[in-house]
Design a protein around this ligand. Sequence first.
Ligand code: G6P
Length: 615
Amino acid sequence: MCGIVGYIGGKPAQQILIDGLKRLEYRGYDSAGIGLHGGTKIKITKQKGRIAGLSDSLPQDNPLETVGIGHTRWATHGEPNTVNSHPHMDYSGKISVVHNGIIENYGALKKFLIEKGCEFKSDTDTEVIANLIGYFYEQEHDCEQDCFEWSVQKALNQVYGTYGLAVMCSDYPDVIVAAKKGSPLLIGVGSGENLIASDASAIVEHTKQVIYLEDDEMAIVEKDDVTIKTIHNKRIERELKEIDFSIEEIELGGYEHYMLKEIFEQPDALSTCLKGRLDLNNYKIILGGIQNLSRHLTTAKRFILTGCGTAWHACLVGEYLIERLARTPVEVEYASELRYRNPIIEEGTVVIAVSQSGETADTLAAIEMCKERGATVLGVVNVVGSTIARTTDAGVYLRVGPEIGVASTKAFTAQVAVLTMMAIELGRRRHLDNSRTEQLIKDLDRIPNIINDVLKYSDMIKDISKECGDRENWLFLGRGYNYPTALEGALKLKEISYIHAEGLPAAEMKHGPIALINDGMPAVFIATRCSNYDKIISNIEEVRARGGKTIIIANEGDEEIERYADYLIRIPNVDDALEPLVAAIPLQLLAYHCAVLRGLDVDKPRNLAKSVTVE
Ligand code: G6P
């Protein structure tokens, strides 16, 4: 939520900031702004709406300023309008701040500052930080430390909450101060230039060398130097890390939308995810990141799987997999609930946290709470070096490259693939018989090719969208392994098409939701041969009897199903434990085509942000 970027160097800052913000736009897109340091004054331009609008409003030949900060906003405190957009200036007009996060004690701080005579213009918590820094900047201080840096430190020591910050001071044209607590922030280290960003995609075209700030740390960023300190003024040495993807991977590459690109990337993405991890000679799974813990995992008494949104759906698939293949009890919990639930964590409890971004605030808080209670916590994360990847005891990366579309697609299938590998390996070590293990590993190896075959139905699925995409209520129904797939299908449709959709275990329909079915209401069934086929046929009959339209995902060669389907999408036969990896694909395409036909902004759906770094 919210993206921040900063530049200090020898090149015109304006375009670098705008390009960086465009790459961060997935983090929030209700308003945007930049501040440019003109030597003695800071010039702010900000407005409601997307980065493209901000860019149009700026002078196109602005080569002068080489220092600046920028922000793209997802509103928390204060409606999205120009005044509430960042950067925020302090009351003296000297301090300028961009912020990602939430200042929890902003009410008390604001009261204090108003009593001191500060005037506030916006409804945001961020303006409190700007004014607090400004307030301290005007105070006398008796240490040797530089005044700007000191005032930022002093302010941050009064603040409760989360922040990723970049701050400029009009008296300091050669410095940007950045700081982090709870919201991601990194420094891109270049030659004669340095950058600040919420994530690496914003700066990868300038440098691949980065420093990840830790909580309670700040960076004094100059053109040729970066100094890292704690907010208590203790110097820190931090090694440089290398960004693991290239600029090409975050370009559209000829696709109309990132979501479509990422759906079509799945065969390659999953190949990379599985590569080197399936041992097809000895029929075992090698997951390097958790190898040292294999004995601990094999003897685990209970797993808690946690995440948010799509990642939570992947956890649900993981529950079916680990329980069936490894016969170990599994609990799945939304991270936002787990963290406040006071869960029982006994010896032998292993927590697996699943997250594409590795930055989701609720997931992170749940991990910290579980660690405090003594659990071993593993991460299943996509973004290398992200906070969750660094906070967990060990983990497995998804290796699918950057996912930019707000609706998660390739990360979902990779999360399921990683959990599948974990479940097979746990099963193999516990009791799964050799022939089943062999078969599962061989089938998993075929999945990228199978997904490739399913993607060929994209045009046919587009035709279904043309016929059903105007309906405002949909049901998605599946059983067993495909119940979570149905939930994911419904979420995809909701997120990007703004169609109301409910995912359910098919048998639950008759306990209430069946009342919703009326003439022509689309009901999407995942009715493969493996998933309680006969039972699901009865559920399909129940929908048809009430006038619903059935869109059925069924196996190739199943002729019986034809008479129940208004629309039929075939998928190849695979082991039922691997079906979510395949059945998710047509559901992603269905949501995508419905949204495009409705003329919606597929990659930036309203009100959403890809990385939710606030509670
Ligand atoms: C947001 C996104 C979802 C995502 C969820 C969890 O709500 O819009 O697509 O599934 O966060 O994100 P994570 O990065 O932790 O997987």
